[in-house]
Ligand binder design. Structure first.
Ligand SMILES: Cc1cc2nc3c(=O)[nH]c(=O)nc-3n(C[C@H](O)[C@H](O)[C@H](O)COP(=O)(O)O)c2cc1C
Length: 441
C-alpha cells in the first residue's frame, strides 16, 4: 500500500489564534518535556511520519513597532528551540521523525551541519531540517542587522547554505574507520576531505568533525510559495510544506512543482508535497461546526494582525482597523508569495483590516476542514488520491486535544480507507517517507 505522509506540527498553543482560549485547550506553560513526550509517543503510536517544530528568531514585534500586541493577545511562552526539544524527544521515541526549523539567514552552516548531524546520530536517522529564510526585521535586529535581508539575497544565501551543509555531511567517505588497536591506526585520513568552500556568503574549509549521519543527509524540508523559494526548493528540497486551501489550485501546484523537479533531473517521487491543514473535528458534523463557531469567536483581530505583520514584515497597525483592505502587496518584504494571495482575497471579499486579522487568525490561510473524523478523512483521502498532495502537515487548532482528536479519530479513518500506514516500514525518517539515501560521491 502506498501511504500518505503526515507531519504533526507541534506547538504549545495550537495554530488557531483563538485556540489557547478555548475551554478544551490546556493552559499555556513554559516548555515542558512531559507534555512534549506524551504528544510524541501518542503521534508515534499513530505511525505519524514526523513531528515538526517551527521556529522564529524574535517575539513578533512589527505590529505597532512593538511586541506588545503579540504578548497581549497570543500564547507565547511555551516554544522551545526546535533542535533542543527534538534531541530530548530522540531519547523517548524510536520511530517517529524529528524535524525542526533552522534559519539560513541568521546561522552559520558549519554549526547547523553539526547540530543536525548530531540529532541524526542520536536518533538513529530520524532528523529533518526545515530550512527557512526567516521573515522579519525583528529577527534581523536580534542578529546584528537593522533590517531583514532582501528576498532574493536571502534565497541565494539559503541555496549556498544548503550546499555547504550537505557538502559537510558528505565530507566523510565510507571506509574511513579502521580502529585497529594493534597498529594504533584509528582512521584513514584519505577518506575525509576538506570542502574548501568559498562563495558569495560563506567560506568553509571542512571537513566536519563527526561521521556522516545515518541518513547520509538529514531530510531537507522547505516551506514557502514565492518564485525565489520555488527555484531553491525544486533543486534541493525533499519535503515541501505548502499553503494550499483550494483543491484545484493545490492540484495545479502539485503538477507544476513536480514538473519543475523533473526538469532539473530529479525524480518527482523524491519530493513529497504536504499542504498544511487545520482540522476542526467533532463527534458529528454539527458538533464540529459548533466547535468551529466557538473557536472563531475567540480570535481577536489584533492577534491576527500582529501575526500577519511579522510574517509580512509590514506594520498593519499603521492602518485604521475599520478601513477596507487595499493593495499594499508592494510593501511586503517578508513572506511574499503567501500574503499576496491573502491580500487579494481580502480585497475581493471587501474585508476591513480588522476582519482580515480575524479571518487570518482562524486558519492562518491553511486548508481548514470542519467535520466529523469521517468527513475530514474523506477530504484528505481525496486530495491524496487525486494528486493534490502527497500528505499533510497537520496543525491542530488547539493543544493537546486538537492533536489527540486527529490522532485518535482521523488516523484510523485514513487507515480504514487504505491511504495511511498502520505500521512503520523502517526506522529512519527517509525510510518512512520513501526517500532514498543520497550517496557521498
Ligand atoms: C507548514 C509551514 C511551516 C512553516 N514554518 C516556518 C518556520 O518555522 N519559520 C519561518 O520563519 N517560516 C516558516 N514558514 C514560512 C515559510 O518558511 C517562509 O518563511 C515563507 O512562507 C516563505 O516566504 P516566500 O513564499 O516569500 O518565499 C512555514 C510555512 C509553512 C507552510
Amino acid at each position: 500500500m502506498s501511504s500518505m505522509n503526515l507531519a504533526l506540527f507541534v506547538s504549545d498553543a495550537g495554530t488557531h489564534l483563538g485556540g489557547w482560549r478555548h475551554p478544551r485547550a490546556a493552559a499555556p506553560q513554559p516548555p515542558d518535556l512531559a507534555a512534549l513526550r506524551a504528544l510524541a509517543l501518542h503521534a508515534e503510536s499513530a505511525c505519524i511520519d514526523t513531528l515538526f517544530i517551527a521556529d522564529k528568531l524574535a517575539l513578533d514585534d512589527i505590529h505597532g513597532g512593538s511586541f506588545a500586541s503579540t504578548v497581549e493577545t497570543r500564547a507565547i511562552g511555551g516554544h522551545a528551540e526546535p533542535l533542543t526539544a527534538l534531541a530530548a524527544l530522540a531519547g523517548v521515541t524510536t520511530r517517529i521523525g524529528l524535524a525542526g526549523t533552522v534559519s539560513s539567514s541568521y546561522s552559520q552552516p558549519y554549526t547547523v551541519a553539526r547540530m543536525l548531524a548530531s540529532l541524526d546520530h542520536l536518533s538513529g536517522g530520524r532528523a529533518g531540517w526545515n530550512v527557512v529564510t526567516s521573515v522579519s526585521d525583528g529577527e534581523a535586529r536580534n542578529h546584528g542587522l537593522a533590517q531583514h535581508l532582501e528576498h532574493g539575497e536571502r534565497y541565494r544565501r539559503a541555496a549556498e547554505f544548503i550546499e555547504v551543509v550537505q557538502a559537510l555531511w558528505d565530507s566523510w567517505l565510507p571506509g574511513w574507520e579502521i580502529a585497529d588497536k594493534a597498529s594504533g591506526v584509528y582512521g584513514d585520513a584519505s577518506r575525509l576531505r576538506a570542502i574548501d568552500h568559498a562563495g558569495e556568503f560563506f567560506r568553509v574549509k571542512g571537513p566536519i568533525n563527526l561521521p556522516r549521519p545515518p541518513q547520509g543527509r538529514p531530510v531537507l524540508i522547505q516551506a514557502g510559495v514565492s518564485d525565489d523559494f520555488r527555484r531553491v526548493a525544486a533543486a534541493r528540497a525533499e519535503v515541501i510544506f505548502s499553503v494550499q486551501p483550494d483543491e484545484a489550485k493545490a492540484r495545479d501546484f502539485y503538477r507544476s512543482f513536480k514538473a519543475e523537479v523533473a526538469a532539473l533531473g530529479r525524480s518527482p517521487e523524491q519530493v513529497r508535497i504536504l499542504p498544511g491543514i487545520v482540522p476542526v473535528i467533532g463527534a458529528t458534523e454539527r458538533e464540529a461546526r459548533e466547535l468551529d463557531r466557538e473557536l472563531r469567536a475567540l480570535v481577536l483581530p489584533r492577534a491576527g494582525l500582529s501575526f500577519m505583520s511579522a510574517s509580512m514584515n509590514h506594520d498593519l497597525g499603521a492602518y485604521d482597523p475599520d478601513s477596507k483592505v487595499f493593495d499594499f502587496t508592494d510593501r511586503i518584504t517578508g513572506s511574499k508569495g503567501r500574503f499576496e494571495a491573502v491580500v487579494r482575497k481580502a480585497i475581493a471579499e471587501g474585508l476591513t483590516f480588522a476582519q482580515l486579522g480575524k479571518w487570518y487568525g482562524e486558519s492562518l490561510s491553511f486548508l481548514a476542514p470542519v467535520g466529523s473524523a469521517d468527513q475530514v478523512a474523506d477530504v484528505l483521502a481525496r486530495w491524496y488520491r487525486e494528486r493534490a498532495a502527497d500528505g499533510f502537515v497537520v496543525l491542530p487548532p488547539f493543544m493537546p486535544d486538537g492533536a489527540r482528536d486527529f490522532l485518535d479519530k482521523v488516523v484510523p479513518e485514513l487507515q480504514a480507507r487504505g491511504v495511511f500506514r498502520s505500521a512503520y516500514a523502517g526506522s529512519t525518517l527517509r525510510e518512512t517517507l520513501g526517500l532514498t539515501v543520497p550517496q557521498a560521491e
